[in-house]
Design a protein. Structure first.
Length: 163
């Protein structure tokens, strides 16, 4: 007989940006503004991200598409890779994600894709510190996760590469 493993996750859910604390409001507002610089002529799905570092610095990023689809890069990885290259050793405290589309209203929280979840998990492990995720569309509810582990259980890490 097989044994079963059961997991759980926890998100704080807010119905308005006005109900967030001021730090989260500022971070989400920066993510929403970052959408304006996204380059998404193929999908028309525009993503903005803001990364809050432990030193208070906010780094923004946005998705950058390419006609050769695999050559583009998601907003989350644009922002966290820049943060790591410019502020090495500074922990990532929180990441806010927002998106909009020219085709339809995104009225639900946008979560990072699988590749971005893996990249974020690398920084949680590297810094030995959870990274909060604030997820929003262009309207609707806001989800806040205390860690990427809510979105990526059994994540692959450097621990898997050791004997």
């Amino acid at each position: 007989m097989a044994k079963q493993i059961t997991g759980h996750y926890t998100f704080d859910v807010f119905d308005s940006i006005n109900n967030l604390n001021s730090e989260d409001q500022n971070l989400l507002t920066a993510a929403i503004k970052a959408i304006n610089n996204a380059y998404a002529p193929y999908s028309n799905f525009y993503v903005g991200v803001a990364v809050l570092l432990e030193n208070g610095k906010i780094i923004t990023g946005n998705n950058q598409e390419n006609a050769a689809y695999p050559s583009g890069l998601c907003a989350e990885r644009v922002a966290i890779f820049y943060a790591s290259s410019q502020y090495p050793g500074i922990k990532i405290k929180s990441i806010a994600v927002s998106a909009n589309s020219k085709k339809y209203n995104i009225n639900y929280p946008i979560a990072p894709c699988g590749s971005c979840r893996q990249a974020i998990s690398e920084y949680e492990v590297k810094m030995d510190s959870p990274i909060r995720l604030i997820m929003f569309g262009e309207s609707g509810e806001i989800y806040i996760s205390p860690s990427i582990s809510n979105l990526l259980p059994l994540m692959f890490s450097s621990k898997n590469l050791s004997e």
